[in-house]
Design a protein around this ligand. Structure first.
Ligand code: CAA
Length: 253
């Protein structure tokens, strides 16, 4: 396998055409990375809008269809990217869904659908990049967790469990790869101005905003800022950490 090239590192972003994912792709490209945005092939109109939006990057950001919940599919996708573009140096797992409802109404489908994307998806992607990264002695993995994985949220037993799981997974993998030049961290967004948060009922959303010390929802750019920090080549001594980006909504030590 070719060794990775610091001047044009390859970055894969799952959920790449989502509310936060697109911003992460653009900021990574600004930082000189070759970016591959991975998202479901079924999001037709959104894919076209994404291609239009990133056309100014002159090919530094490409779209590849992929379903993070499909283990074998993730393997084929990584192999295809590594063959056609280069070894995966940076992986940002930003793909995520909500299936909000109180536990007393939650059926197994709500639980399993969410787990397959939000938690299995992180395993499926990391499993297929980790050997190459350790063999080349360089890797940056950032998994998006959530403030609601830290605090729990009404109606989100599934989401809170998955997002807390993402951080546990990341700490364990960080230990396994620490001596091999690969860092693994989480970024935990608070409530951001995305379609996911726009779907929260208006009154509840207003109450949440009132409880954010900074006084506003986060922006995708607030989150991308943290991802760029953790994926930098010289961010080599930060691993197994969680970086909360929540406007002070949840402060911990
Ligand atoms: N705290 C306390 N009580 C609450 C409550 C809350 N946050 N939300 C609802 N309730 C109460 C209701 O007033 C109602 O009370 P009564 O039965 O006395 O009338 C009862 O709980 C409703 O219970 P249900 O079992 O009927 O709840 P539901 O299945 O209809 O679910 C809900 C309600 C859809 C989950 C709604 O509460 C909701 O949307 N909450 C917001 C969830 C949320 O914040 N999701 C975050 C999405 S964004 C994201 O996840 C990104 C990120 O990382 C931050």
């Amino acid at each position: 396998m070719t060794s990775s090239n610091p001047t044009s590192r390859v970055a894969i972003v799952t959920g790449g055409i989502g509310g936060i994912g697109t911003e992460i792709c653009m900021r990574l490209a600004d930082a000189g990375r070759q970016v591959i945005a991975v998202d479901l092939a079924t999001r037709g109109e959104r894919i076209e809008a994404f291609r239009e939006q990133v056309s100014v990057y002159n090919g530094a950001i490409r779209f590849e269809p992929g379903d993070v919940s499909d283990f074998k599919g993730c393997g084929s996708l990584i192999a295809h990217i590594e063959r056609s573009i280069g070894p995966a140096d940076i992986l940002v797992n930003a793909a995520g869904i909500t299936r909000d409802t109180s536990l007393r109404k939650m059926d197994p489908q709500h639980w399993h659908d969410l787990m397959r994307v939000n938690l299995d998806g992180v395993f499926n992607m990391c499993r297929h990049v980790v050997e190459g990264m350790t063999a080349r002695s360089f890797g940056r993995i950032v998994n998006l967790s959530s403030v609601n994985g830290q605090t729990g949220q009404f109606g989100q037993t599934n989401y809170s469990a998955a997002k807390a799981g993402v951080h546990g997974f990341s700490m364990a993998l960080a230990r396994e790869t620490a001596r091999k030049g690969v860092t693994v961290n989480t970024v935990s967004p608070g409530y951001c101005d995305t379609p996911m948060v726009a779907a929260v009922p208006h009154d509840i959303r207003q109450q949440i905003i009132a409880d954010i010390p900074v006084g506003r929802l986060g922006t995708p750019s607030d989150i991308a800022r943290a991802v760029i920090f953790l994926t930098a080549d010289d961010a080599s001594y930060i691993t197994g950490a969680n970086l909360p980006v929540n406007g002070g909504y949840f402060m911990s030590f």
